[in-house]
Design a protein around this ligand. Structure first.
Ligand SMILES: [Zn+2]
Length: 314
């Protein structure tokens, strides 16, 4: 027997629900965990229970990435059982960096928002430092094999949405756990993130995301089990659709810049006038990603004066 059971969990984020997957086979493995907090953990346990599974039956947890709505229950789970956790090695710094790393990341985002012409106090969610230590973590690299439900899955590193995104796929069945790399219902934001400790320039997430899409389009996949929304097939059509959407956004940004030099905050106001308060960060991140692509294509360039960056057409 080998069966993949979606566990749809509530979340307060805009996407509505988040998926974890229970994989039942020679072993029982959990893919992702849902949100932090006692209620979310209770819901996860109830969903497992509905399928006759308790935490002690699980052999491991595999995380598609470390965003809070996917990895949030890890501390609760590990308070009850000492399960091994598999996650991409790019998550290591944020998991073990402590307060120093938290401050470094916060400083990066403050600077990023200032460079956009946005107010770091108004336009990004403020997070408090929470000391968390995960035990028994195995860090995955590109091509590593991971046992899921007793079958061997291969980890493909697919950065873009986050730096630690992996897609786990099985050659025999074509099943793939895609996390937030590919979602059917809406296009995925490629989030701006700080450089790794010791590096100076930030990753360019949309460029990474496009490379990851190219990588995934070459894999022989059948069913995609995503981090949000319904399970789907024909990932190639979806990838093409997402690439077309990126072109459309690039065209919109170019049209806005025809009126002269603009900050990212100004472009965001023109493109996403419905974004207010903390959600503005989502727009800034999206636009910075597309400006990175336009810069690569030599369609735009930027000038920096003080902390402020302005883009214009070439
Ligand atoms: Zn995510």
């Amino acid at each position: 027997m080998f069966k993949i059971v979606p566990l749809e969990l509530s979340t307060h984020f805009a996407e509505g629900t988040v998926n974890a997957f229970l994989v039942l086979g020679d072993k029982i493995t959990l893919i992702d965990t849902g949100n932090p907090g006692k209620e979310a953990f209770q819901q996860l346990k109830e969903r497992l229970h509905n399928h006759g599974v308790t935490l002690t039956d699980l052999d491991a947890i595999v995380l598609t990435h470390t965003h809070i709505d996917h990895a949030g229950a890890i501390p609760h789970i590990q308070a009850e059982v000492d399960l091994p956790i598999y996650v991409h090695e790019r998550a290591k710094d944020s998991l073990h960096g402590g307060y120093h790393e938290f401050e470094r990341v916060k400083h990066f985002f403050d600077q990023f928002l200032q460079s956009c012409g946005a107010d770091p106090l108004k336009h990004i969610v403020k997070r408090n430092y929470i000391e968390e230590s995960w035990r028994n973590v195995s860090y995955l690299q590109e091509g590593d094999r991971v046992p899921i439900g007793g079958k061997s899955f291969t980890a493909a590193h697919v950065p873009g949405h986050s730096q630690s995104d992996i897609l786990l796929w099985n050659r025999e069945t074509g099943d793939a756990f895609a996390g937030d790399h590919l979602l059917k219902g809406f296009s995925v934001n490629a989030f701006i993130e700080p450089p790794s400790p010791g590096e100076t320039s930030r990753p360019k997430p949309l460029l990474q995301y496009r490379e990851s899409l190219a990588k995934v389009s070459k894999l022989p996949l059948k069913m995609i089990y995503p981090g949000h929304g319904e399970v789907f097939d024909d990932h190639l059509s979806l990838i093409n659709k997402r690439l077309q959407e990126q072109e459309k956004r690039c065209d919109q940004i170019v049209a806005i810049l025809r009126n002269g030099r603009k900050t990212i905050f100004e472009i965001c106001g023109a493109m996403y006038p419905h974004l207010h308060g903390k959600t503005v960060f989502l727009g800034l991140s999206q636009i910075q990603g597309h400006l990175d692509l336009l810069e690569l294509r030599q369609q735009v360039r930027f000038e920096q004066s003080g902390s402020l960056v302005k883009y214009n057409l070439i």
